[in-house]
Design a protein around this ligand. Structure first.
Ligand SMILES: [Zn+2]
Length: 283
């Protein structure tokens, strides 16, 4: 009994901290409110409809420091709709837990921010997924960005990382592809074929990757792409081993695999490279 009484009269650590946070927020709000009376917004509305400035993501600057820059994003943790319970703010390759509509709205807002700042592109890992509307919602994201002059750059896994359609039952998803053509999958040192990774010298894989990239560029209003090969992956099938034996000595084996992945992909969109914003990761 006396213990309970003491707890009531002596504030515990959590209550003290809570009070401090509340106090800090209160002080901050008061300062902001004071500023608001004298603050002159640089935002000049163009018409009556846009009279309410979207201050958070509608930022502008006179001239970007770099002629080409882009945001590197994951779909699952690009959060501009802050009331979606599926938000994540960590990790990579996560599941997408938000509402499908949130995907479109998150990137609509990020597009507005990019356009205002003169950022040329938005790279999206997870651009196409069954969980957020697949092809239809991907088109909506790409169309809106294109209308604002911002290049959507889907992350494309050339030998891993989902392929062209990041996750779902789609012919250009790498898991779907290797399930149908196990002979095109990557072979480990112990001779095991892996689903989710491909052999970069397999003729079926070459055809699939090139066809898939051409489909991506034809079907969607994308402004480019970003290629990743799967970090340090190496295929140990007899064909790759034989090819690597004639490769320049002293170079790590994954460089050869990177070359075959990227060269195959770039060859498929060669005639569009002058107009598209295409980048790739080097390991
Ligand atoms: Zn191989």
């Amino acid at each position: 009994m006396s213990d309970t009484t003491n707890r009531k009269s002596i504030p515990n650590r959590r209550a003290v901290l809570k009070g401090m946070v509340g106090g800090a927020l209160g002080a901050n709000l008061t300062a902001q409110q004071a500023d608001a009376s004298t603050f002159q917004s640089p935002y000049k509305p163009k018409d009556n409809i846009s009279r309410v400035p979207r201050l958070i993501w509608k930022l502008e600057r006179p001239k970007p420091a770099l002629p080409y820059s882009y945001f590197w994003t994951w779909d699952h943790s690009t959060n501009w709709m802050l009331d979606d319970p599926g938000m994540l703010n960590f990790g990579c390759s996560n599941a997408y837990l938000k509402n499908p509509e949130t995907y479109v709205e998150d990137y609509r807002r990020l597009t507005d921010l990019s356009a205002g700042l003169g950022v040329k592109g938005i790279l999206i890992w997870g651009f196409l997924r069954d969980e957020h509307g697949g092809v239809d919602f991907g088109k909506r994201v790409a169309d809106y960005a294109a209308s604002k002059g911002v290049a959507i750059k889907p992350g494309v896994g050339t030998n891993a990382y989902g392929g062209i359609y990041y996750r779902g039952n789609h012919k250009y998803n790498i898991q779907t592809f290797t399930a149908k053509y196990p002979e095109a999958s990557r072979v480990t040192k112990n001779g095991v074929r892996l689903r989710g990774g491909t052999c970069p010298t397999s003729p079926i894989f070459v055809e699939w990757l090139q066809e898939g990239l051409q489909w991506l560029f034809r079907e969607f209003n994308v402004g480019g792409a970003n290629l990743e090969n799967g970090d340090f992956v190496v295929c140990h099938c007899p064909r790759c081993k034989e090819l690597h034996a004639s490769w320049k000595k002293g170079e790590p084996a994954f460089w050869m695999h990177q070359y075959y992945g990227y060269n195959t992909a770039l060859g498929a969109i060669d005639n569009q490279l002058a107009d598209k914003f295409v980048t790739w990761a080097t390991y």
